[in-house]
Design a protein around this ligand. Sequence first.
Ligand SMILES: [Zn+2]
Length: 484
Amino acid sequence: MSWETVIGLEVHVQLLTRSKMFCGCSAKFGDAPNTNVCPVCLGMPGSLPVPNEQAVRLAVRAAYALGCTVHGRSIFARKNYFYPDLPKGYQISQFEEPLATGGRLEIASPERGVLTVGITRLHLEEDAGKSFHDRMPGMTAVDFNRCGVPLIEIVSQPDLRSPVEARAYLVALKQVLKYLEVSDCNMEEGSLRVDANLSIRRPGAPLGTRTEVKNMNSFSGVERALTIERDRQIAGVERGEEIEQRTMLFDAAANEVRPMRSKEESHDYRYFPDPDLPPLVLSDAWLRAEREALPELPAAKRERFMASFGLSAYDAGVLVGTRELAEYYESVVAEGVEAKEAANWVMNDVLSLHPDDVQRALPPAAAAGVIRLVKAGTVSRQAAKRVLQELDARSASAALAADDALRVARELGLIQVQDTSQIETWVRETLEAHASEVARYRGGETKLMGFFVGQVMKRSKGKADPKAVSAALTSALEAPSGEN
Ligand SMILES: [Zn+2]
């Protein structure tokens, strides 16, 4: 009998604000250690926190985009614990009355198709500092720049059923947050962090005892760590052991999970409402305005691309991958190119020049110009790729217009020859040069047609229209011998 895996994720996301959650210090990543600090984020006696309106706004947008109910009144609470990177001795978070609850996120599970994952809650909090154990020999160094940086924590329902689904959830979540410009979701810089709860059970049985898995530094790391932890739990239970509820740390280098020392684990946070911060009260009008300001989200955009451009689910999914890519594609279509044609060119050719940077892609008008040249039969598909490359190289130094595609095709001598007599000459020359292949073809080896087309194209230096070449070859080869 098989096991079912049950996974829920807690994701911390750093909000894209200039300043911290409760003070005016810069929230920028990578500044010299301990330079972005003040009495508020260091927790000096007598200092008072003031919430950052932009952070609240971004959190509310994320909550609405995830279909949550946003509460007009929420409470900031102190989460008390001692750690060297936490100078205040507590983190300001939200506990009993969070900003938002009860949302959902649609994901594309590789195993179960499109499904909806419940979001339990989304709340605001501040980050702690960072300890470095490898900067100075025999010592631990602490950087307080991160203290007080605004975060949201997004807690999912235990709706995920495999490590690969957990990864799909993260991909979908990151996509939505990036569309909203709520966070850059850069895992390497710590602006997106994931903790997971995982348990196993027999299908239909009540939830098993769960462990928490931490210290996963990439989406692939999440998938690997959860696979290892799932296999560890199954092997343990099948040996007759009981799962202990505890925290496991992933070690990416060793490719293993191991229990955290229990001393580090024993938490009693003694949450209580922060006496320095009144309840966070958001008016209905302000909330409504934020809700109405939401951009079109990936799922809706994908549906629209399928409905109005006739794209397949796969193509639409690729093109809405990022907001920038979707906008780029739409502006190519707006240049008057057929939508499916534009989709193929954008996905296969334009993007291949700058795979990770749509900003550097060819201006839409120039890209549309190339697509039109192919459509009109002015250049071959192959030649058009060269035109694209040349335009791309030139676009670095000059602004391009729609008619530049034709100009470049002429300059490079790529205009396709459709002149029948010129093509017939090339065909005749080719057949004369390959008399033995002609004899074999006429003897029944018709697969040599590809060879002949290739030879004629070569003779034309790629300028002949391959369709016209095929037609001319067929009529020449089918003709009774002697006529050539
Ligand atoms: Zn500060």
